[in-house]
Design a protein around this ligand. Structure first.
Ligand code: ADP
Ligand code: MG
Length: 701
């Protein structure tokens, strides 16, 4: 079939008028035949099975039952009426229930006539009941198309209200198959079809919509998932290959004086093996002639900063400048202080640029950057401003990447005629499965080892009722000279409420820990930056023992003497945020603690999150759980959601297929990079269509 038939607007499909076309577009984003073809059912009803009423279980599964309605009545209840039918077969009786549409049912239903009903059953006491069943007269059912598995398509309330029921959608798809004669072209090579024993594409599409059997459905699903993931991988891998080939970077060939001198004389500790390995990976990458685009993952406290510094020294050794960007002023300041301390015995020039840098200093900085006197610039977004020009920026490092957008990353590219090497550091562990899909075009390094001597943080869950015990514990810790964080959630939608929670909490702590014996810092989003810094600073210096804060402290702050993290309303935080917050303690030699405070009202997901936190300190394990709970879209925050627009595959559940697809994409590009062999033409053509983004596929936005 010519592909252009699949670009035909749905309004031309028989049974779809302009109104329906509009609704399909606004509700489901379906515009063309091709879109509808790839609008897959999300479950199926097995119509090969008929149940007897005596066989019903309270399983929540959809069942199909042959019987008759023998009685119909309207029941008044507090919230409106319901219509109840007594439905019987030779083994017993049950109820069919409607909460809406009573008039139509009453007028149309036939009493004492054999029907087939379809739907979920619930048990109330000893009676089974089926709300809003799908019904068909037995004689129509027997005369109708013999579909053994009925597709159930995703739906919305609006669709149902506008009469686009599941039956209607299913009819549209049948019509589509008739008009196109199901003559869909193959998109995978014969080699792949043979090797993996894949179902051909037309058969797969037919069976995904109207499965002839469980077995064929499974085969169709496998084939379509494989195809989808295969092309995603192919795209990511070719993008990476093109970048490696085409985008020339600055080869940092020298491992010179600064690096070696620092390594030999100024390293404050022995590097962990993971740190050494990662530095080597980065060095090899920057040493080649291609531009580096690398993601450095390392759990909180794994020591990414020193790795960043060593890499910047490599740039300087090759006569380039380097910059390090952080998402907040506090963090930029801390990086700056830390790096300055590490470098204080060297002659390397380093400066800080943030939104609050004074005009005169700013001008001076700009000059120093342009004439190359400055080696390292640490800063916030301020670094991205057009006025900030480098003499020769060779390496840009971005810390805590999820707060920077892609657009900002690309701004960095333009800071030099040849794009600088880019290293993105993140403490949000991205499961390998996801990284492979989302960042298939980036190289990835992982620091999977914590510096020696760290004691794992002990995490416990306490209910609000135990607050007094928790206060006593805090007192003991402060007695031992430790510092404490108390963190309150910050939910944007109700900023005022959050603020009230924070202030109430602060007051109760202030009562329990009176001055002058105890000193308390408070930091929240509504404070001026100077005030925030002042409070933060007092805590860093140890002048205050307790830091009461909203999540502004989440990222990167380093106070090794702080040994207790108390998270209030912990059920309101996501897993990755809890993990980030916990990472603020456990940075010194002392045993650290994290106390998750909650009320008794906990959702199942919240319980899972709390249990996970208490069970493990392993960021990757936590990320896997998070991924399962939230799905990939949410995991990375809004920035990445919608990046993968998968129609059928699920990168978590279908991880084995993802690996298989990736393996075959790699093999293919290795053996035939330009896809020139005759059997690969079909892949090349499909790929070209896909990259043109003609809407037939649209995997990646
Ligand atoms: P993160 O990866 O969270 O940015 P940091 O770079 O801030 O971690 O390091 C956390 C702490 O561990 C710092 O106090 C740092 O000095 C220390 N550290 C880093 N690497 C080592 C090491 N190899 N041995 C001992 N301490 C280390
Ligand atoms: Mg850090």
């Amino acid at each position: 079939m010519k592909p252009n038939l699949l670009y035909t607007p749905l309004v031309y499909l028989k049974g779809v008028g302009p109104n329906r076309a509009e609704t399909l577009k606004s509700e489901l984003g379906l515009e063309t035949y091709g879109d509808l073809l790839q609008f897959y059912p999300n479950r199926y009803l097995d119509k090969t099975q008929y149940y007897k009423i005596s066989q019903l279980h309270n399983s929540g599964a959809d069942v199909q039952i042959v019987g008759k309605i023998v009685h119909l009545k309207t029941v008044e209840q507090k919230r409106g009426k319901r219509l109840v039918a007594t439905y019987v077969d030779e083994t017993g009786q049950m109820e069919l229930v409607w909460f809406r549409g009573h008039k139509w049912i009453k007028e149309n239903i036939k009493m004492n006539t054999p029907y087939v009903v379809f739907g979920k059953v619930n048990r109330f006491g000893s009676t089974f009941s089926m709300p809003h069943p799908e019904m068909e007269l037995l004689k129509d059912h027997q005369a109708g198309l013999k579909i053994s598995m009925q597709p159930i398509y995703p739906s919305t309330e609006k669709l149902t209200n506008k009469g686009i029921t599941n039956k209607v959608v299913s009819k549209m798809v049948q019509q589509l198959f008739m008009e196109t004669k199901a003559n869909f072209s193959e998109t995978l090579s014969q080699g792949l079809l043979n090797e993996l024993n894949l179902l051909p594409r037309p058969e797969s599409l037919l069976n995904i919509h109207f499965p002839k059997s469980q077995d064929l459905l499974a085969k169709a699903q496998f084939r379509l998932k494989f195809e989808e993931l295969f092309y995603v991988q192919l795209q990511l891998l070719s993008k990476k290959a093109v970048r490696k080939r085409k985008i020339k970077g600055m080869p940092f060939t020298a491992v010179g004086e600064k690096f070696n001198e620092f390594y030999a004389n100024h390293l404050p500790f022995e590097l962990t093996n993971a740190q050494k390995r990662v530095i080597k990976e980065i060095r090899n990458d920057m040493g080649s002639s291609a531009q580096m685009n690398r993601l450095l993952q390392g759990d909180v406290g794994s020591g990414k900063t020193i790795v960043a510094l060593m890499c910047m020294l490599l740039a300087i050794d090759n006569s380039y400048q380097a910059c390090l960007m952080a998402p907040t002023e506090i963090l930029a300041q801390q990086h700056y202080n830390g790096l300055k301390e590490l470098l204080h015995k060297t002659d390397i020039k380093i400066a800080l640029l943030t939104g609050s840098t004074k005009k005169a200093e700013r001008t001076f900085l700009h000059n120093q950057l342009e004439n190359g006197n400055l080696n390292i610039l640490v800063g916030t977004h301020a670094v991205l401003e057009d006025k900030v020009q480098f003499k020769n920026l060779g390496l840009a490092i971005i810390d805590e990447q999820h707060r920077f957008g892609v657009a900002q990353r690309s701004k960095l590219w333009q800071k030099n005629t040849i794009p600088p090497h880019i290293l993105v550091m993140t403490a949000t562990p991205i499961p390998r499965t996801l990284a492979m899909s989302l960042y298939g075009d980036l190289d990835i390094s992982v620091i999977d080892e914590l510096p020696p001597g760290r004691k794992p943080i002990k995490t416990v869950h306490r209910f609000d009722a135990n607050r007094l015990k928790v206060f006593r514990f805090i007192k003991d810790e402060i007695e031992k000279g430790r510092q404490i964080y108390v963190v309150y959630p910050l939910i944007q939608e109700s900023e005022a409420l959050d603020y009230k929670d924070l202030m109430d909490g602060y007051e109760s702590i202030a009562r329990e820990f009176p001055s002058p014996k105890y000193q308390i810092s408070i930091v929240h989003g509504q404070m001026k930056p100077q005030d925030k810094d002042y409070e933060m600073d007092r805590f860093v210096k140890g002048e205050t023992q307790i830091m009461v804060a909203t999540t502004v402290i989440e990222v990167g702050v380093n106070v090794p003497n702080a040994s207790v993290m108390i998270i209030e309303s912990a059920e309101k935080f996501g897993l990755s945020q809890l993990h980030q917050l916990r990472g603020r303690v456990g940075r010194g030699a002392e045993q650290s603690f994290c106390i998750l405070m909650t009320s008794h009202k906990l959702s199942e997901d919240a319980k899972t999150r709390l249990e996970t936190m208490c069970r493990t300190n392993d960021g990757f394990e936590i990320a896997e759980v998070d991924l399962k709970l939230r799905g990939p879209g949410d995991l990375m925050g809004t920035q990445q959601s919608g990046m993968l627009n998968l129609k059928i595959a699920d990168i978590v559940k279908d991880n084995p297929i993802l690996k298989l697809a990736r393996y075959h994409a790699i093999q293919l590009l290795k053996n035939d990079p330009k896809l020139e062999q005759p059997d690969h033409h079909v892949i090349r053509n499909t790929y070209t269509q896909l990259v043109k983004g003609k809407g037939l596929w649209g995997y990646i936005s």
